[in-house]
Design a protein around this ligand. Sequence first.
Ligand code: FES
Length: 184
Amino acid sequence: MKERPEKVPQRIPAHQEGTAPQLSAEEMRAIDEERSHYESDAAAGLEALRIVQRERGWISDDSLRAVSAYLGIAEAELEGLATYYQLLFRQPVGPEVIQLCKSSSCWILGCDRLQTTLEKALGIHPGETSADGIFTLLENPCLGACDRAPVLLMNEELHSHLTEEKLQALLAEKRQRHADQSAD
Ligand code: FES
């Protein structure tokens, strides 16, 4: 079952949530493009949710309702998709979402040490977002890369054969990238 962030600060979304649930023109254009590849609108639901998350960072209740109204798919059906698909987030997350595998192969090869490294470096526990709003840490069941354990997903990018040193370097690289973007 997907872990969800429990205590995360609200990241400023691409545009404000909480008003009338509707999609932006860009979101509708992207969804229309995707739905042309599917036989039914229902089948395009997952892609529509991914598009909305890409624009807004996560899928709020309003966003879910907007997709439901636009595609004519029941909210419960979309909720089921969002729950099943581990890269869809129903709570605010940072731009860097770390999903650490805690299943057997990764556990044998030291995922607990990696978790400790992450917790110390980011000052958070699983289900939380760092104070700078950049990193959200989640635990995950097997990521399907057991032969490359221990592994984690950073957004949709798999990092394998991880050591504490490689992990520290990865965090430093991400921090630097966000610092550079802020300075621009
Ligand atoms: S146990 Fe970690 S990827 Fe399978």
